[in-house]
Design a protein around this ligand. Structure first.
Ligand code: NAD
Length: 347
């Protein structure tokens, strides 16, 4: 990939987009970073990149974003963990406007390659009913029965990316990410995913000396989780490859949610009483990534162990929570007038 090629990263103010911008800036590429959020809310901001706030649901904004760009990494989406996607199906489906308009603008402005961040949520739900799941191969997306809302939008946009390649010659690449986690990701506010949510809950229990944790579902549901550096590496390798069909980019280290909690408790040095919330959103019973095709195409697969990745993630979230608590305490003492002053004012 030539360094004269400008790279557009959309969703750059979010988790994966921010890490991609970081990697491209570090490697000396010219980067345009775009997100709908004001720059003050971006998870990571790099002065070497051209940073723009644009709503990519609009075609005009997509034309501005793709102007004089050779490569597009499309990470923009209105999404979150199970708690968000199960309760915001309409909002998730509206991301189709981002994907549609960005593909049109990329085709019209002569973009060379277009990367689409799809998801394991495209896979047929009937193949994910058992927690003792058979890992999902790329062909398991059809016959189509994806996650309602978010998964349908991803499957449709994969299909659209394919047809833009077939009909208009735009080279498209599609990664099916399986749960990505790591530092600089969402860990609170309702859009966080299981690894960050569990780290946060364990940290809060530890800091407040209340030794209990709420777990969504019965804790037996199984998943695999990919560390962010593997995600960035796999995405770049897929973009540079000759492979045109959707490809799993995910870890194949399967754990139950209970085992995930065990690992985080071990890192934190605590043991918590578990309360299972059976009415909370929990997604499918089991999901894992079959990496046979990924290994064949890329000669690689994610290799960061869950324990190692969680250790780094836990400590990052711990620092954020501790810092926020200090800021809140500082703000409280700064705003609250000293008792004597208050009395003086009242008199
Ligand atoms: P994220 O929410 O951290 O980042 C997405 C970014 O897109 C956000 O910063 C958001 O503000 C931005 N965005 C939303 N609407 C926009 C718009 N109209 N115009 C411009 N920007 C807009 O999510 P993430 O975890 O970094 O995920 C990135 C991509 O990877 C998404 O497409 C997501 O569906 C996909 N994906 C992520 C995971 C995961 O586990 N994180 C798994 C599968 C697929």
């Amino acid at each position: 990939m030539s360094k004269n090629n400008r790279i557009l990263v959309t969703g750059a103010g979010g988790f994966i987009g921010g890490h991609l911008v970081k990697a491209f800036c570090r490697d000396g590429f010219e980067v345009r970073a775009v997100d709908i959020k004001p720059l003050s809310e971006w998870y990571q901001l790099f002065p070497d990149a051209e940073n723009l706030t644009l709503d990519l649901k609009s075609l005009d904004a997509c034309r501005q974003a793709t102007d004089h760009v050779a490569l597009v990494y499309n990470l923009a989406a209105d999404m979150g963990g199970m708690g968000f996607i199960e309760l915001n199906k309409g909002a998730c489906m509206l991301s189709v406007l981002i994907n549609t308009h960005l593909l049109i603008a990329a085709k019209d402005s002569g973009v060379e390659r277009f990367f689409f961040s799809s998801s394991a949520c495209v896979y047929n739900g009937d193949k994910q009913k058992d927690w003792n799941v058979t890992a999902l191969k790329e062909e398991d997306a059809y016959p189509a029965l994806p996650e309602d809302g978010y998964g349908w939008e991803k499957l449709f946009s994969e299909r659209m990316s394919r047809h833009f390649r077939e009909d208009y010659g735009l080279i498209t690449r599609m990664a099916r990410y399986h749960n990505v986690y790591g530092p600089q990701g969402t860990y609170q506010g309702g859009r966080e995913k299981a690894p960050a949510a569990i780290c946060r809950k364990v940290i809060e229990a530890k800091l407040s000396a209340r030794p209990e944790i709420e777990i969504w579902g019965d804790g037996q549901q199984t998943r695999s989780f990919m560390y962010i550096t593997d995600c960035v590496k796999g995405s770049r390798m897929l973009m540079e490859s000759d492979f045109a069909d959707p490809l799993n980019i995910g870890s194949s280290e399967l754990v139950s949610i209970n085992q995930l909690v065990d690992i985080v408790e071990d890192i934190a040095g605590v043991k918590l009483e578990r309360r299972y919330n059976l009415s909370a959103p929990k997604g499918v019973n089991g999901r894992n990534s079959d990496n046979t095709l990924t290994r064949k195409v890329l000669g690689w697969e994610p290799s960061t162990s869950l324990r190692d990745g969680l250790e780094l993630t836990y400590h990052w979230i711990y620092d954020q929570i501790s810092e926020n608590r200090l800021l809140e305490m500082g703000a409280a003492t700064a705003i609250k007038p000293p008792r004597r002053l208050k009395e003086t004012v009242l008199r």
